[in-house]
Design a protein around this ligand. Structure first.
Ligand SMILES: [Zn+2]
Ligand SMILES: [Zn+2]
Length: 126
């Protein structure tokens, strides 16, 4: 008997559409007791991670705190009041390196995920 059973394997019209709006990430904030979906940010920026970062930074700017599940990296100069908070490590490191390079100040980076602190010395940033 010939194996002729390949019929009826048609995937049909309901295939997967990975870019559907169902994938819209949401962010919640227990301090505000609210939850938001990021369709607006996604529309604007098109990238999931960036949308979450942008939302978190906007939320901080307007409310003074970050939403839930957001960890930040805080680069803080030891010699002057300059500082900068970032949502990704390399951005904080970049800020620290640039500041150390231009000002010859030492900059601390406080980690978002643990209590460790990294110090960027001006010599490291040459
Ligand atoms: Zn909030
Ligand atoms: Zn400084």
């Amino acid at each position: 008997m010939p194996d002729d059973s390949r019929d009826g394997d048609d995937p049909g019209p309901g295939g997967t559409t990975p870019t559907d709006l169902d994938d819209t990430p949401t962010v919640s904030c227990s301090r505000c007791d609210r939850e938001w979906d990021l369709a607006y940010e996604l529309d604007d920026l098109g990238v999931g991670n960036q949308a979450i970062e942008q939302f978190a930074l906007d939320h901080k700017r307007h409310t003074g705190h970050f939403p839930d599940d957001v960890t930040t990296w805080l680069a803080k100069c030891r010699r002057c009041p300059e500082g900068s908070e970032h949502l990704v490590r390399h951005a904080a490191e970049r800020w620290a390196n640039i500041h150390a390079r231009h000002t010859r100040h030492s900059v601390e980076i406080e980690h978002g995920i643990d209590d460790e602190t990294t110090v960027v010395e001006p010599e490291d940033a040459e």
